[in-house]
Design a protein around this ligand. Structure first.
Ligand code: UD1
Length: 363
């Protein structure tokens, strides 16, 4: 029984790591599953891909579709063609996809059209914001998914509302948090921490790459000024995503306390988060990690597909208006930020729960 595990972009890699490790452990104990790791090549820079494989002990992909960059439709088409060719040559018994990137959606649709059942890890998330490609990917993926592995009761409720039968929903927890907990003792400081004399609790981390925040030089520049000022004189470490780097080159200047660095590998990035005073981001996954680490998180978006990070965790939706950033940071500096708790089932054992269910479903 060969099962495909699909990954394409950076936020997929920490999610598949936990599942692959759980599958390897079961195989060693005599489990029936065999798998093929399919990398679509959506992210291809070593800093966005290869370094994550190395740090997280993910084996080399069995197949790399090598699709590279392009528009949404170009990437989708290239992934579908490459994956279809693979499945026609060597079919699999199940296509397991994770998250909400273009690779997730393209492979799910391709597999289902060839009558291969689809398992979606992190199924059921909804922001309701159709302006983001990820929301379209979530809707399209879930429309062709057989088995949903979910991270929260919100996701379960979204699926039930969409008419999904209870027996197709498996509330298992969060594979991204499996990986974080498994690596907590291995986190390590990047070299610049010492060079720049960054102190625990004495700096912020920011990541921004959503088109709405970074694609216009003017809007991006105002956001950065608000972040720089709001963080007072503390350094703000900003690992720059390739998309963001393009706009940054067009900016006349930016606040002097913002420290631009390359995209960080997994262990270094999460070390930075764990020791930060706070995080300012437009990522979804990072809001889950800050929740588990108990670090205040300001999300520069109007909505989230992960409401539990706001209701239970340390995350707050600040919106995209730069004017809202300083008052939020003032509350943080005044020690008034909520403490938060860890959501149910985010306990480090999700990968094992998924593999146990897959063995049963595919038996
Ligand atoms: C993708 C995901 C997003 C995720 C993000 C995290 C989708 C729709 N979006 O967005 O959910 O939060 O990854 O990183 O799938 N590029 C490089 N090197 C690479 C990869 C990309 O330089 O290894 C450049 C591309 O040329 C392009 C830009 O980065 O200009 C964006 O890449 P793309 O894969 O289209 O989407 P992301 O913005 O990374």
């Amino acid at each position: 029984m060969i099962l495909d595990v699909v990954a394409g972009a950076r936020p997929n890699f920490m999610k598949i790591a936990s599942i692959l490790h759980a599958m390897a452990a079961r195989k060693e104990a005599g489990g029936p599953l065999h798998w093929r790791l399919v990398h679509t090549g959506q992210h291809y820079d070593p800093r966005m891909s290869g370094e994550f494989f190395a740090q997280l002990g993910i084996p080399e992909p069995d197949v790399n579709l090598g699709v590279g960059s392009g528009t949404q439709a170009e990437q989708t088409g290239a992934i579908m063609q490459g994956y279809e060719r693979l499945l026609l040559e060597t079919p699999s018994v199940c296509c397991l996809v994770v998250g909400d990137v273009t690779s997730t959606m393209a492979c799910a649709i391709t597999a289902q059209k060839l009558h291969i059942p689809v398992a979606h890890v992190e199924g059921g998330l909804r922001s309701g914001d159709w302006s983001m490609p990820e929301e379209i990917n979530r809707l399209a993926t879930d429309a062709v998914t057989n088995w949903f592995f979910t991270t929260s009761e919100h996701a379960n409720a979204n699926l039930r509302r969409a008419g999904v039968d209870e027996e197709r929903i498996f509330f298992v927890g969060n594979t991204m948090i499996d990986t974080l907990l498994a690596n907590m003792d291995r986190l390590r400081a990047p070299d610049f921490v010492q060079e720049r004399h960054l102190q625990p609790g004495g700096y912020f981390v920011t990541t921004l790459h959503r088109p709405a925040n970074v694609d216009s030089a003017d809007g991006f520049s105002r956001l950065l000024r608000a972040i720089g000022e709001g963080c007072r004189d503390l350094p703000v470490v900003f690992p720059v995503h390739p998309r963001t780097a393009k706009t940054l080159r067009e900016l006349p200047d930016f606040p002097s306390n913002i420290l631009l660095v390359d995209p960080q590998p997994y262990l270094e990035f999460n070390w930075l988060v764990k020791h930060a005073k706070g995080v300012i981001t437009d990522s979804g996954g990072i809001t889950e990690e800050t929740t588990v680490m108990g670090i205040p998180c300001l999300t520069l978006r109007d909505n989230t597909e992960r409401p539990e990070t706001v209701e239970i965790g340390t995350n707050e939706l600040i919106g995209t208006d730069p004017v809202a950033i300083k008052p939020a940071l003032d509350r943080l500096f005044a020690g008034e930020w909520k403490k938060g708790r860890v959501p149910e089932m985010w306990d480090g054992k999700t990968g094992a729960r998924i593999v146990a269910q897959l063995e049963r479903l595919l038996a």
